[in-house]
Design a protein around this ligand. Structure first.
Ligand SMILES: CC(C)(COP(=O)(O)OP(=O)(O)OC[C@H]1O[C@@H](n2cnc3c(N)ncnc32)[C@H](O)[C@@H]1OP(=O)(O)O)[C@@H](O)C(=O)NCCC(=O)NCCS
Length: 171
């Protein structure tokens, strides 16, 4: 499955993408926001049956990031977006993250038949918060559950339903 946007393309993640993941995780800023790579690497190589992994390319074919759809529940028709990232630091803040999330939401609702999709980030990840808040209409905090930089931070959860996404998508 390939999801074509205006600026980015989501395609199935491949083993050849691992070298880029390894390079991204050597960037201290990236690790600060993403945590250790273990789970992401393992899932990329052999995803569980309730997970779909996309790699994110620019239209010229350059690999810039990844997005995993996780914890897909066909009973409750819910799933999570993440882990996800624009791995190439120079490509952040250009609208690519927002576009890849909207493409993934379209896939979740229209292809996977989800009713609701969640995403979360830590309070200290200002860019992710702004990106998610602009797309997901509902937000709630789990207080002081992340220890980072010598203090506790809130975790912030966002969600969107299929009706809300269809409404925002047809604007
Ligand atoms: C979080 C991430 C996916 C967002 O993607 P992006 O392409 O950088 O974001 P976009 O360009 O689509 O911008 C989204 C919003 O963030 C804002 N933003 C951009 N750079 C920012 C910065 N340095 N600080 C704060 N906000 C910033 C944009 O202005 C935009 O908000 P707006 O709509 O109110 O103007 C990406 O930055 C990233 O991968 N970061 C590192 C890894 C990470 O944090 N992953 C998510 C873990 S939960």
């Amino acid at each position: 499955m390939i999801l074509e946007g205006e600026k980015v393309r989501l395609r199935p993640a491949a083993k050849d993408d691992l070298a880029a993941h390894t390079r991204w995780y050597t960037d201290p800023e990236f690790r600060h926001y993403m945590g250790p790579p273990g789970k992401t690497f393992a899932a990329l190589l052999s995803p569980p049956s309730n997970q779909v992994n996309f790699s994110v390319d620019l239209k010229d074919g350059r690999l810039i990031g990844f997005l995993c759809i996780t914890d897909i529940s066909t009973v409750h028709r819910q799933c999570d977006l993440g882990p996800l990232a624009i791995g190439e630091a120079s490509q952040r803040g250009e609208g690519f993250g927002s576009e890849m999330i909207r493409l993934a939401l379209g896939y979740c609702f229209r292809e996977l038949g989800m009713h609701q999709v969640h995403i979360f980030t830590s309070e200290f990840n200002e860019r992710a918060r702004r990106c998610y808040a602009a797309i997901f209409p509902h937000e709630q905090r789990h207080r002081e559950c992340v220890w980072e930089d010598g203090r506790f931070w809130d975790e912030i959860y966002f969600d969107i339903t299929e009706e809300e996404f269809d409404g925002s998508d047809s604007d």
